[in-house]
Design a protein around this ligand. Structure first.
Ligand code: PEP
Ligand code: MN
Length: 263
């Protein structure tokens, strides 16, 4: 169902008026994790000031260590909903448990399925049964074919509104947190009719690589870019090494705006 052979035209996803997949890149910014109302609201304000529409923030955090901050859960979703309403933004947040999908649709505009859950088939099926766009991230060690099959799981249940997100894969290279597989973007666009985004934060794990990798993503035809922004990354409860502060966010956005394919 996700194959371009089956449906030659691009799937477009409308998020409160922002169209993903229409050739004009979309941008998703926001903190790694929802930490408080004030923290999310101040980021929303910065996003809004740039004329952008999409905000991210994790309420359920799939952390490597069980002793690290696990997210605010439902309270985090409630904060996102409040901020989305106040700033008229569409919010994206990861759901990790199939049982939480039905509740989540009342609070968020896009259900994110994270890299660690790309092959959590019960979660994929649950996300396929609701009327809410899904942002599906590529698994840490998933081939492109496995990634496409994960999207197929969602679509086979009836939900065709899927955004694919390349977020780097595990290789022997240690200079970056993951290796951004940039060629996955045109391959996914050839093989499927779904929009493809690139998460530059989790793929690189390096603040100094966010601008060049975002440029590469847009140059190779990505439908959008995701990056993390935090009011004070030094005290962030997760991913403090790679989130941008507001000054870096301004710089990032200035560089991106110089590219003439962004309107
Ligand atoms: C995230 O986007 O918050 C995240 C945890 O990303 P990934 O699943 O790609 O590691
Ligand atoms: Mn993060």
């Amino acid at each position: 169902l996700v194959s371009r052979k089956k449906k030659p035209e691009n799937t477009l996803i409308n998020l409160k008026g922002e169209i993903i997949g229409n050739g004009i890149p979309s941008f998703v910014f926001g903190p790694c994790a929802v930490e408080s109302y004030d923290q999310v609201a101040i980021v929303a304000e910065a996003v809004k000031k740039k004329g952008l529409k999409l905000l991210r923030g994790g309420a359920y955090k799939p952390r490597t260590s069980p002793y690290d901050f696990q997210g605010l859960g439902l309270e985090g979703l409630q904060i996102l909903k409040r901020v989305a309403d106040e700033y008229d933004l569409a919010v994206i947040s990861e759901i990790v448990n199939p049982a939480d999908i039905e509740t989540a649709v009342d609070y968020i505009d896009v259900i994110q399925i994270g890299a660690r859950n790309m092959q959590n088939f019960e979660l994929l099926k649950a996300a396929g049964q609701v009327d809410k766009p899904v942002l599906l991230k590529r698994g840490l060690a998933a081939t492109i074919d496995e990634f496409i099959h994960a999207a197929e799981y969602i679509m086979s249940q009836g939900n065709g509104n899927i955004i694919l997100c390349e977020r780097g894969i595990r290789t022997y290279e240690k200079a970056t947190r993951n290796t951004l597989d940039i060629s996955a973007v045109p391959i996914l666009k050839q093989e499927t009719h779904l929009p493809v985004m690139v998460d530059v934060t989790h793929s690189t794990g390096r603040r100094d690589l966010l601008i060049p990798t975002a440029k590469a993503a847009l140059a190779i035809g990505a439908d959008g870019v995701m990056a993390e922004v935090h009011p004070d990354p030094a005290v962030a409860l997760s991913d403090s090494a790679q989130q941008m502060d507001f000054e870096q966010f301004d710089q990032f956005w200035e560089e991106i705006q110089k590219l003439n394919w962004v309107t």
